[in-house]
Design a binder for this molecule. Sequence first.
Ligand SMILES: C[S@@+](CC[C@H](N)C(=O)[O-])C[C@H]1O[C@@H](n2cnc3c(N)ncnc32)[C@H](O)[C@@H]1O
Length: 538
Amino acid sequence: MESSNSNHRPSTDGAQDASRNGSSSEHNASSGERRPGPDGRNTPSEPPQSVPGLSSKRQRMQERHQARKRGRTPPESVFSRRQRSRSPNRNGEAQRRSRSPLQPRSPPADEAPRQRKRPGGGARMGIVDAQTMRRRQEERERAEEEDAARYARSQGVSDVVRQHYNAVPERGREWRKTESKIKGLRSFNNWVKSTLIQKFSPDEDFSAQFDDPKDWADDSMGPPPAHENKLLVLDLGCGKGGDLGKWQLAPQKVDLYVGLDPANISVEQARDRYATMRSGRGQRGRRPPPNLFHAEFYPKDCFGESLGDVQIVQQVGFDANAGPGGSMMASRWGGGGFDVVTSMFAIHYAFESEEKARQMLSNVAGSLKKGGRFIGVCPNSDVIISKVKEFHQRRKQHEAAKASATEAPEDGEVEEEERVTWGNDIYQVRFPGDTPEDGIFRPPFGWRYTYFMKEAVEEVPEYVVPWEAFRALTEDYNLELQYRKPFLDIWEDEKNHRELGPLSERMGVRDRMTGQLTMTDEEKEAVSFYHAFCFYKV
Ligand SMILES: C[S@@+](CC[C@H](N)C(=O)[O-])C[C@H]1O[C@@H](n2cnc3c(N)ncnc32)[C@H](O)[C@@H]1O
């Protein structure tokens, strides 16, 4: 769900609003933002050296020192990773690859051509070959047609999703906080995303300085040390930029935020939102937040395509060989340059096919450095499985009752629904096709349902993310599971946390007077459809 605005799963900017105190100092707001070329890449005419806040020589030196400390030197831009001479890339791989021992050898010159066994056999073989070749050709053509049809279908779904998100209006913070019928749900979803960012975005070194990453916020301990390494963050499916404020409040400061999303209008809105943040417009006191990170936004399908052609991703560091095809060397020396890859309410679009799910994971693993974190939220397949099983049990009971009944159904008697569907006034899940009786989605890709949410989503196609299959797949990409929790369990675990508890009140998640969640029962049911996760790149 788009945090703030009205993207899909709705949310607000409570975290950001809540902690703005108007005491920020004046900020040099010269625009370092680059616009994408027509293909969504950076235009080379606007190199990333124009990063704000790094204008003085001293700052550049300091930055270089920091980068070196964490094993990065910035040859082209402050965000470029170390030139890894040993890091395999496509070309390097090709050069290193030894000749296959199974490669066909040409016969020695003195070897006489072999005698055919029977005269005329060649001619007969020719006939057989022609038939075989025709059959193979037909098979190839059929496979190509199927591929093309599959691609067209997938493009159709991607287009529907993109158009949907592009069309969701940006209604503004005030509307979301006052007029929205699902204010409580919006705030809660934002609080969960903030919690995930607070808990898992800091790196090991940062966390090691404090028992709890939030200890730095304790007044007695003072602010975080000035020399801390700052984070490089990549957001897959950034939507309208609703999480920018949450990243501004991350315990370990953010240096660079890259937001990618195929919905080009959402991407423009995210850019505008960032520009507004930088200018200080919309802030109390109209001052830009101090030390606001640099951010770039590009339209990009992050699940159907490699991120290797996004210039800023390349500059930070991207390993095109991440995943099962990669060599030992690649997994040892390869890897990307980002500290955190985040994907909030988006990875379910990747589970349309194995190819897309793998592409998504390859993009995540290829962007993350070793020790980097992949955090996200998505629909919880446990919920879907239990609903599907319930449905089939009900259906069987109904069929059994029907078979033993002697009388025909009376007028007005409603037949049991044919397909799995559930929800309430504010959200609805509907499977248009068959579902597995045992609730096991096998193969784990392509299980499509439509999702509706009041004020936010008009029946958009989504895909089940069968959790166990997803987790198994992540292992191929050196991603190790650290955390997985359903939304309402996160609340139970963290509601009394000394930072996250008060944050929930500032965000309007918990009523200060009653101490209760502000969500209605219907909203609670809607948020219980989701869970959150964190993987480490090993
Ligand atoms: C519910 S919105 C969430 C937006 C944002 N992450 C948030 O939490 O506010 C889902 C987003 O996923 C994006 N999305 C859909 N398909 C995608 C793809 N193939 N690659 C990247 N993002 C995609 C949509 O365009 C949309 O912006």
